[in-house]
Design a protein around this ligand. Structure first.
Ligand SMILES: NC(=O)c1ccc[n+]([C@@H]2O[C@H](COP(=O)([O-])OP(=O)(O)OC[C@H]3O[C@@H](n4cnc5c(N)ncnc54)[C@H](OP(=O)(O)O)[C@@H]3O)[C@@H](O)[C@H]2O)c1
Length: 265
C-alpha cells in the first residue's frame, strides 16, 4: 500500500523515531518530515535517510501529524502546532492517557485520532490500538495503512483504552519479567546464565511463533507437552501454587486501574 500523503513526526524521541523508521522501511519514497526540540535527533534521523527536517515555516494541509511528545507538554505545543495545520490534516496522538476530549479541545479544526502503541513497535512488532470513536471510514483506512508497518493494529472504543494500556501498553514489561524469571529458574536448576538466557528467549519466541503459525487453541498446544505425571504438569502446579494466573491477570487489572486514575487527574 502506498502512502500518498505527507507525514510529520512531531517529537522524534523513542517512539516517534521508531514510528518514522517503520514508515521509511515500508515506504522508501514517502514524504516524512520530523520536528523536535532537539535538532541533533532530527539530524541523526536525516543522516539515516529516515526523514527530513521540517522547514521552519512548514505547513500541513492534507496529511498526518504523529504527535509523539510527552503528554505533559501537550498544552505547550498544541496552539503552535494547530496554526500549521490545514483542515484536511489529521492529528494522530500516541500520548498515553490523554483522552480524545482533550485532544479535540486542543485541535478543534482537525480530525484527531487516539492510539496506544507499545515498545515493540521499535522493531516493527508492536501492538497498537486505535480508538475508533467518531472516525470516518476514510480516515480510519488511512490510519490503518499508516500503522500497518509498525506491527499488529487493533480497533477499540476509547472506553477500552485503559484496558489496552494495562495489557499491551504495559505488557512488554510483564513479558520481560517472565523472561528474566525463566532465566533465573534455569540458573537455579544449574544452567550457566548465558545458556539459560538463550533458552529462555528461544522458548518464548518459539512458542509464540508456534501458536501463531498453527492457529491451534493455546490450551490444546499446552496439553501436547503436558503428559500425565510428567515434568511439565509438576512445573505448572508450581506456577499455580505461586498464583501465576491471578498474578498476571492482577497485573493487567492494576495497570488498567492506574491508567483510569491518571486519566482523571
Ligand atoms: N515509550 C513507550 O513505551 C510508550 C508507549 C505508549 C505510548 N507512549 C507515548 O509516546 C510519547 C513519546 O514517548 P517517548 O518515550 O518517545 O518520549 P521521548 O523519548 O521523551 O520523546 C519525546 C520527544 O519530543 C521532544 N520534544 C520536547 N519538547 C518538544 C517540543 N516543544 N516540540 C517538539 N518536540 C519536543 C523531546 O525532545 P527532548 O528530549 O529534547 O525534550 C523528545 O525527543 C509519550 O506521549 C508517551 O506517553 C510511549
Amino acid at each position: 500500500m502506498s502512502m500518498d500523503f505527507p507525514v510529520v513526526i512531531f517529537g522524534v524521541g523513542n517512539m516517534g523515531a521508531a514510528i518514522a523508521r517503520c514508515l521509511r522501511r515500508a515506504h522508501p519514497n514517502a514524504v516524512i518530515w520530523g520536528v523536535d526540540a532537539d535538532q541533533a535527533k532530527i539530524a541523526a534521523l536525516e543522516a539515516e535517510g529516515v526523514l527530513v527536517a521540517a522547514k521552519s515555516d512548514w505547513r500541513l494541509e492534507d496529511g498526518i501529524v504523529v504527535l509523539s511528545v510527552k503528554p505533559q507538554i501537550l498544552d505547550a505545543v498544541a496552539k503552535g502546532l494547530q496554526e500549521r495545520l490545514g483542515k484536511g490534516s489529521t492529528v494522530l496522538s500516541i500520548l498515553a492517557g490523554v483522552p480524545l476530549a482533550r485532544l479535540r479541545a486542543a485541535f478543534g479544526a482537525q480530525q484527531v485520532v487516539r492510539t496506544m502503541p507499545n515498545l515493540a513497535l521499535t522493531v516493527g512488532a508492536g501492538a497498537t490500538a486505535i480508538a475508533t470513536d467518531g472516525l470516518s471510514e476514510q480516515i480510519l483506512a488511512k490510519i490503518r495503512g499508516l500503522l500497518a508497518p509498525t506491527g499488529e493494529v487493533v480497533e477499540v472504543t476509547e472506553s477500552q483504552m485503559d484496558a489496552v494500556t494495562g495489557l499491551s501498553g504495559s505488557g512488554p514489561a510483564y513479558v520481560l519479567k517472565f523472561l528474566m524469571s525463566l532465566e533465573e529458574g534455569g540458573v537455579l536448576a544449574g544452567l550457566p546464565r548465558p545458556v539459560a538466557h538463550r533458552l529462555a528467549v528461544a522458548t518464548v519466541a518459539g512458542t509464540v511463533q508456534l501458536a501463531q503459525e498453527t492457529g491451534a487453541e493455546w490450551d490444546a498446544l499446552r496439553g501436547q507437552v503436558t503428559s500425565p505425571g510428567g515434568t511439565t504438569i509438576h512445573g505448572l502446579r508450581a506456577l499455580e501454587e505461586g498464583g501465576f494466573t491471578a498474578s498476571v491477570m492482577g497485573a493487567v487489572w492494576a495497570a488498567t486501574e492506574r491508567s483510569k486514575e491518571l486519566g482523571r487527574s
